[in-house]
Design a protein around this ligand. Structure first.
Ligand code: DGY
Length: 323
């Protein structure tokens, strides 16, 4: 029996590519270039499974391709706002993602951003490497303490709870959160977390606001001018979720006007483009979407995709089926 044909849109962890090549008639993206609309459409027309990543925009235009042969999109990532789920469903595609396996890794990165921006780590390293450091002095590069401060979480899903656990148990932080779909009491029992009725309630109290909501229509520009005005002047904003949750132009103005103290960002509104103003600001930490970027996690994510498509081609319902 011929093996299903699988197209992988970017390079993946080598162990995962090896497993895919063993089990399927697999086409790899050898030079790792981002695929165009036409290439994604060709992939949908010529393969049984297409395995995109969170940077492939599998939107209504891509999915309007005629004669689609693919039956499953096994996406490599937990977020799925890059895929038009309605259009995928209408095109007869099953769509899966990779939850759970990247929770700790992404939570570690959110804490890294928080600590880096509060303690001026990026700025300090640039200062030292530039040869400008003249030695210890009591007023040199004073940052902001983290231990004991209030962390406000927007969204309280798995990654937010993992961040809260690190912050509460490692840094004795007070945890407050808002989520329109709050977790069960037992899932947050050991966090001593206080639920807020609105994002504004979080903004008013938090020393650090960390975003953990999905991207897309519902949360587009949730953090804009009004949110910055509601935050404490000394607050820091951390985003390891999705770039379009923040109105980046409003963030630049808020930082310039000192409405907030700084920001730690792993994701951007027009990724991979970053607002030019942010690039010049010392009180901003900028990372290139590294939330899940460890060898262990990227392998686990890829293997979760393999598990999903294996189940699909075995005639079972994949564990992470979205539609
Ligand atoms: C995801 O999985 O959604 C991340 O943004 C990439 O790790």
């Amino acid at each position: 029996m011929s093996r299903p044909k699988v197209i992988v849109t970017r390079r993946w962890h080598p162990d995962v590519e090896a497993v895919l090549s063993e089990r399927y008639d697999t086409v790899l993206n050898v030079d790792d270039h981002p695929m165009s609309v036409a290439e994604l459409q060709d992939a949908l027309r010529s393969a049984d499974a297409v395995l995109p990543t969170v940077s492939d925009k599998v939107n209504a235009e891509v999915l309007s391709a005629t004669n689609i042969r693919a039956k499953i999109l096994g996406s490599n990532g937990v977020g799925f706002n890059h895929i038009d789920l309605d259009a995928a469903k209408a095109a007869g595609l099953t769509v899966t993602n990779t939850p759970e396996v990247l929770t700790d890794c992404t939570a570690d990165l959110a804490m890294t951003l928080l600590l880096t921006v509060a303690r001026r780590v990026g700025e300090g390293e640039r200062h030292l490497r530039s040869g400008e450091w003249t030695g210890w002095r009591p007023t040199h590069m004073m940052g902001t303490s983290v231990t004991g401060k209030t962390l406000g979480l927007i969204g309280m899903g798995r990654i937010a709870r993992a961040v809260a656990a690190r912050a509460a148990h490692g840094f004795n932080m007070k945890i407050i959160f808002h989520d329109p779909f709050p977790p069960k009491a037992e899932d947050i029992a050991d966090l001593n977390a206080t639920q807020c009725a609105s994002p504004e309630e979080v903004f008013a109290q938090a020393d650090f606001v960390s975003l953990h909501c999905p991207g897309g229509k519902e949360t587009y520009h949730l953090i804009s001018t009004a949110a910055f005005a509601a935050m404490k002047p000394g607050a820091f904003l951390i985003n390891s979720a999705r770039g379009d949750v923040i109105d980046e132009a409003a963030l630049v103005i808020a930082l310039k006007n000192g409405e907030i103290a700084g920001a730690g960002l792993d994701v951007f509104e027009k990724e991979p483009a970053v607002s030019a103003d942010l690039l010049t600001m010392e009180n901003v930490v900028l990372l290139p979407h590294l939330g899940s970027a460890t060898m262990e996690t990227r392998k686990a994510m890829g293997m979760r995709v393999v598990e999903n498509i294996d189940a699909f081609f075995a005639g079972e319902t994949p564990r992470d089926k979205l539609v």
